[in-house]
Design a protein around this ligand. Structure first.
Ligand code: ZN
Length: 507
């Protein structure tokens, strides 16, 4: 019987979010170790997929729960949090003894105050503990960015094939299958092509006309019998890291030439489409005017710049300020993360006059608090189970909430960040998005999975914020240049810094 260790450290970081993510955020969102981790997290996402995949092995397997640590996308993790995660993993690995393989679910865009490649760092910790001969297969979000250390340490990488992310569980299953093949003797040969390009979240969804053919080809490539895994890593663009780039990663069963040919083909397909993956940037005023001009309801305004799904703080005031200037027949529905405003509403109570400056506290760089007056309509916890983009049976707790009416706007204030892409964030407190003319979501693309079926229109806004699609205006300090669209590049092959230093798999 094979003993397979199971690990997960999953968070997408946003370098521009000033609120650090700390140990308490992981503990509040999703933590478990040992046996308990598999019981708690074994029904969904990658860990659920690992277990399902291992069950399908020819040989009997003992899944060994190590550490599961998940936090919702947000600011970089603190130094102490990085160390704590590292100790937790090493301690569990030491305690469980010899393993035959390890499956590690990572996001691939996890940044600490003092480290731009935490995913690679954690993989290295595992490698140092288990030794060079135990196969280590890691899963990644397709918004990961590849790093040379990841490439050196992991035997194979397996990424999501969808955005909206509807295949987290299947990604775990695919990784378990790849590990089985490696243990059966497959020798991974890899080609990694880093592309010096960044695509904003609004346009990198895999169901749209630009990317659907590329991801269809990716699926086909992975189905070839000699291919272990094929990934397009589109990168979370709001990470200020020297390693930040898009990447194509193809692993085959020992077939170096095939890996190179397939990676080149996918790289060419993806690179060629970059100019099509742009859109017209509407400011807050234009976004609201466009939404009001649409027929029917609800019209979804995607506030991608403040997307909690992209690690932004979720307390932007730009759309709120604009909507307060106008009449909105049919009303508007907006969510904001503001624990102080929730506490104030709780202190005054339902039916009372709400006079408070909301927002602009977590993100004090791109927003400032906005004084509003209104009425407290209700107070209740904002909790639900997420199934869809980003999770399967994933319990979400956004803390206490307050619903405040101000002018034509119904404002849902919540204590804690969480998914900004699902109608459940509103429905869990009794607000139905279809009852409003305008509904604001805090997601650049993932919202499409659940909102597109009933939305009368979709408006992509480009307000200021930590996840603004105006990439050329973001205050990057550490990224490698040149990189498109900040710089003009005709041929990716001419960019030296993207050349892989993937020594372990060199052909
Ligand atoms: Zn993602």
């Amino acid at each position: 019987m094979k003993r397979i260790g199971i690990l997960q450290v999953w968070q997408e970081s946003n370098s521009f979010n000033p609120v650090l993510t700390i140990r308490a955020d992981f503990e509040a969102f999703g933590m478990g170790s040992g046996e308990e981790a598999l019981i708690k997290f074994g029904t969904g996402e990658e860990v659920g997929g690992f277990l399902r995949g291992l069950k399908a092995w020819q040989e009997l397997v003992e899944p060994v729960g190590l550490v599961v640590a998940q936090a919702w996308p947000g600011g970089s993790i603190s130094k102490e949090t990085k160390q704590w995660l590292c100790y937790a993993i090493r301690e569990q690995l030491d305690a469980v003894g010899q393993l035959d393989g390890v499956l590690f679910s990572l996001h691939g865009a996890l940044v600490a105050e003092d480290e731009t490649d935490v995913d690679g760092f954690l993989l290295e910790q595992v490698r140092q503990t288990v030794g060079p001969d135990v196969p280590l297969v890691a899963t990644l979000d397709c918004h990961a960015y590849w790093t040379p250390r990841m490439g050196r340490v992991a035997d194979a990488l397996v990424a999501y094939h969808t955005n909206p992310h509807l295949d987290r569980l299947q990604t775990g299953e695919r990784a378990a299958h790849v590990l089985e093949r490696i243990l059966a003797g497959a020798k991974p040969a890899v080609t990694t092509i880093r592309l010096p390009m960044l695509i904003t979240g609004e346009v990198n969804y895999t169901t749209g006309p630009v990317l659907a053919p590329v991801f269809a080809r990716l699926e086909e490539v992975e189905s070839y019998s000699d291919v272990l895994s094929a990934s397009i890593l589109m990168a979370q663009p709001w990470v200020d890291a020297p390693e930040l780039a898009s990447a194509i990663v193809v692993f085959t069963e020992g077939k170096s030439v095939l890996a190179r040919e397939l990676a080149e083909e996918l790289a060419q397909m993806y690179w060629q489409r970059r100019e099509q993956m742009t859109f017209e940037f509407l400011d807050a005023e234009q976004s609201v005017a466009t939404a009001l001009a649409c027929k029917g309801q609800p019209v979804v305004i995607a506030d991608g710049a403040d997307a909690t799904n992209s690690g932004a703080p979720g307390d932007s005031i730009h759309l709120l300020r604009e909507m307060l200037k106008r009449d909105i027949p049919g009303g508007a529905l907006l969510i904001m993360v503001d624990p102080q405003a929730v506490a104030y509403a709780q202190a005054i109570g339902v039916g009372e006059a709400f006079q408070f400056a909301v927002g602009g506290k977590r993100d004090h760089v791109f927003s400032q608090p906005l004084a509003i007056s209104g009425e407290v309509l209700s107070l209740q916890p904002a909790r639900y189970v997420l199934s869809g983009h980003g999770g399967d049976n994933l319990p979400i707790d956004m803390g206490d909430s307050a619903v405040v009416r101000t002018g034509d706007i119904t404002l849902l204030l919540v204590e804690k960040t969480g998914p900004g892409s699902t109608p459940m964030m509103y429905r869990c407190v009794g607000l139905e998005p279809q009852d409003f003319k305008i509904v604001v979501v805090k997601s650049p693309a993932g919202f499409r999975a659940e909102f597109e079926p009933f939305a009368a229109g979709i408006v992509l806004s480009a307000c200021p914020g930590c996840a603004s699609p105006r990439l050329a205006e973001m205050p990057y300090k550490k990224i490698s240049r040149p990189i498109w669209p900040l710089d003009k590049i005709e041929d990716w092959r001419s960019v030296e810094w993207t050349k892989s230093s993937d020594r372990r798999y060199q052909e």
